[in-house]
Write a new protein. Structure first.
Length: 402
């Protein structure tokens, strides 16, 4: 088998932390068995089980995963390796916060059960460890009790960043919060968007299974002319206009609140053959002006910026040595890939984030420099000591120069 090795889940990471050019990927999706679900909500399953399969099992029983990302097609191993976050970070922190135990197999064949007490350094390195500490075989996750299989959703329009921050100040009273932002607006309307807040609640017709394929699928790569600043601006204006002027509450499906993109199979093809990049950063809240600067640079450029997502992360400490989430404001922007101009803009944005002590999310990256990585993740050398000597990834070789 070629080396180095790297585990692989559903392949939903946007960048190269899930890739291993010239090495071998270990497909972990065959580790797909549930092991135990206790009355106390402690779930043990193999690492290739998807979040969709878990939700289908536990939500009808009154439980929910404590943290879910923007897609249900993520394995437990992938969720741990990127220490993923969701719309309730301000409330429950990251996915890894709720992992009580896991078993790792190293390339030497040694199997190690890791917890906060047993092999704690390896445990902390594996959470958010980008698959580089070994193959996770199974994990134990503490689920949370929920009021029902649906979501009570509130939508609030905001005109710009200051209004966003005023609404975000109320986050503590809401289980889930996230905002959609128009990244093409400038001037007075810079950063305008729609704030979504939600809480678990009843859904009249029960639970609709998630582990099924989407009904609509993008059949081929769209022509590159389809998504441009004009069409996206029009789409954004429509989206903004559709949100009610006054705060409004409605009951929605679990899937449409958490996983709107999953409704469209192969949605990435809308960006055409050259594809897109997603840029996600976090900056300390005191440096909120950095978010304004990033939005100004994106909207003032000629880049085709699609969906933007803005959220306040809470203060709960992430358990992983390399975990991305930290207190502050996180912004994620999709940009059609137009070659050097796009990459040049992202390099500029890295500079803004570095200056204020923020970080860029490795799960969404395929281009950050080693210098930026070391500034964003100062504990990288501590992490490197826990790596499996025969594991590596394209991302790791790029940022570590090894
Ligand atoms: C539409 C969409 C929305 C998203 N929304 C969010 C979001 O809201 N929040 C967020 O944090 N992320 C989000 N993501 C990113 C996604 O959650 C992460 O990239 C996640 O890690 C993908 O899991 P995967 O199973 O596809 O793993 P892969 O992408 O295949 O791999 C991810 C990493 O996990 C490692 N890995 C996989 N299996 C194992 C294993 N068994 N043992 C050890 N390591 C393993 C791999 O080596 C790799 O480093 C989103 C992605 C998409 C496409």
């Amino acid at each position: 088998m070629p080396e180095p090795l790297l585990p692989s889940g559903c392949g939903r990471s946007y960048g190269d932390s899930g890739l291993n050019a010239d090495g071998a990927l270990i497909d972990a999706t065959g580790l797909d068995r549930f092991i135990e679900l206790g009355d106390d909500g402690l779930l043990r399953c193999e690492a290739g089980v998807t979040l969709a399969e878990i939700l289908d099992l536990v939500v009808p029983r009154g439980w929910c995963l404590p943290v879910v990302p923007g897609t249900r097609w993520v394995t437990v191993g992938g969720a741990i390796a990127n220490d993923i976050h969701g719309k309730n970070h301000h409330h429950l922190g990251t996915f890894g916060t709720h992992v009580t135990r896991l078993e790792l197999v190293r390339s030497s064949g040694e199997r190690m059960v890791c917890t906060a007490e047993a092999n704690p350094e390896l445990f902390a390195a594996t959470i958010g460890g980008l698959g580089l500490t070994g193959l996770i075989l199974w994990a134990e996750i503490r689920l949370q009790r929920v009021a029902g299989p649906g979501i009570e959703e509130e939508r609030i329009r905001f005109e710009g960043l200051d209004q966003f921050l005023a609404i975000a100040a109320e986050d503590a009273q809401h289980e889930y919060t996230v905002a959609w932002v128009d990244c093409l607006r400038r001037g007075r309307r810079l950063g305008r968007g729609v704030y979504f807040r939600g809480a678990h609640g009843a859904r009249p017709s029960g639970w609709r299974p998630l582990a099924v394929e989407p009904r609509v699928r993008v059949p081929c790569d769209a022509p590159s002319a389809l998504l441009n600043r004009l069409t996206i601006s029009a789409f954004n204006a429509l989206n903004y206009g559709r949100a009610p002027r006054k705060r409004s509450l409605r009951a929605v499906e679990f899937g449409s609140f958490f996983f709107p993109l999953d409704a469209i199979g192969d949605w990435n093809r809308l960006y055409g053959r050259r594809g897109f990049v997603q840029y996600q950063c976090v900056v300390p809240e005191a440096a909120r002006e950095a978010i304004r600067e990033i939005l100004e640079r994106v909207s003032g450029s000629r880049e085709v910026a699609g969906l933007g997502v803005l959220k306040r992360f809470g203060d709960r400490r992430s358990p992983g040595v390399l975990s991305f989430p930290r207190p502050g404001l996180t912004l994620a922007v999709d940009l059609a890939l137009r070659g050097r101009a796009t990459l040049g803009l992202l390099e500029e944005l890295d500079g803004v984030v570095r200056q204020v002590g923020g970080a860029v999310y490795p799960a969404k990256d395929a281009r950050m420099s080693g210098e930026s990585f070391r500034a964003f993740f100062p504990a990288w050398a501590t992490f490197a000591r826990q790596m499996d000597p025969r594991f590596s990834s394209s991302f790791w070789r790029r940022v570590s120069g090894s």
